[in-house]
Design a protein around this ligand. Structure first.
Ligand code: NAD
Length: 459
């Protein structure tokens, strides 16, 4: 398995091999062999399906577009993961993201495996009619391997509810009579999508930070004080005082996380900076987040970029370069834009002591190690941004039952599920010296290993 996931999974397996209280029935040579099997199973995807989608463009030209679906692991349930439409998407990236899905679902007790898909296009280069054709062809070419009990795609970069509606409709035509609503998630509400799906990731991202810094901290203050653990000290140093927050990325995930922080009754946050692909907006006294959310909703998702626009909105903010958001003197940094944003060349400039990963893999391995040594708490992607897949699971259940939940029911179920995970992971994290990411991976790998062992698959 390439990338960060692979090395953390291997560290987790090495630690578990040494810990003889884990799977104690496995001893000596059998134990070594079983762990060799685990490395092989978790480090490689079950299947990589590839195809070239033959598309007739509106100008009469016919092209063939590379497309793939990686099915990493289905030990815990059908493969599950988004389909990315992006000009630079590639097999390694999709395989790495598919393995992250396997681990994310294991961590949060979501009964799905891990998968991911990609189509190598810049969707902005195609007309609506052509995109419709691409979506239909994707389902057509991969129809044998997709389905509500086999592999359930969802939106990812470059795709959204429109594409999922088209894909579900194509699946329904190809497989008439099957329970088609569970074949894709992230659909529009009218087509069987779940209320709350759109906000789920951002709300979940904020919830992980809020739960750690309010509920958990309040309940464990004395115990945390007794731990000789730099992360426990960081959490305590940031308790019971207003916290300054910066948010990189003001799209679906970042804007909802910023709004949750702004409206939070549990913590006294001050969101002093937000950014997007163009600009960072900064105000030491705090930004008017609801006004910025309204503005972006009506301006192609982009933040105001000029003094005039800010004046027109009566928003007080300095306009800074887009990278500046990373280096501000804040307590909390939410990374909700892209991967690889904090890396070896800029990690020493990060001042925040708490980082929340809304995006997948926004902190590289070197930066992760460096920041952990400084006692910075990183709430990792696998823990923080699982709200989307959790509510996708609720959408799948609702589609099968053809009974739909109210929005507040969805959020309650979401927070309950994330709280269960946090209650399992946080005591381990603050009780030992491993960073939070490593703790999450160990837990996910333990779950997968135990299920595989009990199913007799480790030989
Ligand atoms: P989005 O497209 O709605 O928003 C992305 C934001 O990042 C935009 O504000 C954009 O302007 C900004 N951005 C782009 N390039 C930037 C740059 N170089 N510097 C600063 N900002 C930049 O996407 P989203 O749905 O909010 O997803 C954000 C991240 O979270 C992605 O990495 C995505 O893979 C990940 N994620 C999303 C979900 C989900 O449910 N939406 C779930 C899990 C993970």
């Amino acid at each position: 398995m390439a990338g960060q996931n692979g090395s953390i999974v291997q560290h987790s397996l090495d630690a578990l091999l040494e810990d003889e209280s884990f799977l104690p029935d496995l001893r000596e040579q059998d134990r070594k062999l079983a762990f060799t099997s685990l490395t092989a199973i978790l480090s490689t995807p079950n299947h990589i399906h590839k195809s070239f989608l033959r598309i007739a463009l509106e100008n009469g030209k016919v092209i063939r577009i590379p497309a793939f679906r990686v099915q990493h692991n289905n030990t815990l349930g059908p493969y599950k993961g988004g389909i990315r439409f992006h000009e630079s998407v590639n097999e390694d990236e999709v395989t790495n993201l598919a393995s992250l899905m396997t681990l994310k679902n294991a961590l949060h007790e979501v009964p799905f495996g891990g998968g991911k898909g990609g189509v190598i296009i810049d969707p902005r280069d195609f007309t609506v009619k052509e995109l419709h054709q691409i979506c239909k062809k994707y389902v057509h070419y991969f129809s044998d391997i997709l389905g509500p009990d086999k592999d359930i795609p969802a939106p990812d970069m470059g795709t959204g509810d429109k594409e999922m509606d088209w894909m579900m409709a194509e699946y329904k035509s190809i497989r008439p009579g099957t329970p088609y609503r569970g074949s894709f998630t992230g659909k529009s509400i009218i087509n069987g999508g779940s209320l709350g799906r759109k906000e789920a990731t951002g709300k979940g991202v904020y919830f992980t930070y809020r739960y750690m810094m309010s509920d958990f901290l309040e309940d464990h203050k004395e115990w945390l004080g007794a731990q000789e653990n730099p992360f426990a000290q960081t959490a305590l140093d940031h308790s019971n005082r207003p916290l300054k927050m910066a948010v990189q990325g003001f799209g679906n995930v970042g804007s909802i996380a910023a709004l949750e922080a702004f409206q939070c009754a549990h913590l006294k946050n001050r969101v002093v900076a937000v950014s997007d692909r163009n600009v960072t907006l900064y105000n030491e006294d705090g930004l008017n987040i609801p006004a910025l959310v309204d503005y972006t909703a009506n301006n192609n998702g982009e933040l105001p970029m000029t003094e005039e626009e800010l004046d027109g909105l009566e928003i007080k903010a300095e306009l800074l370069d887009r990278e500046k958001v990373l280096y501000l003197d804040v307590d909390v940094l939410v990374l909700a834009a892209l991967e690889d944003q904090v890396h070896k060349d800029n990690m020493t400039q990060i001042k925040a002591k708490i980082i929340v990963e809304g995006a997948n893999a926004p902190v590289t391995t070197e930066a992760d190690d460096y920041l952990a040594d400084k006692g910075v708490i990183i709430i990792p992607d696998i823990l923080a941004n699982a709200g989307g897949v959790i509510v996708s699971y609720f959408e799948w259940v609702q589609g099968r039952e053809t009974q739909f939940y109210r929005e507040e029911q969805v959020f309650k179920l979401l927070f309950d599920k994330m709280q269960n995970t946090m209650d399992t992971i946080l005591p381990q994290f603050f009780g030992d010296p491993f960073p939070l990411r490593q703790n999450c991976y160990i837990h996910a790998v333990m779950k997968l290993s135990t299920v595989l062992f009990r199913q007799g698959k480790l030989y």
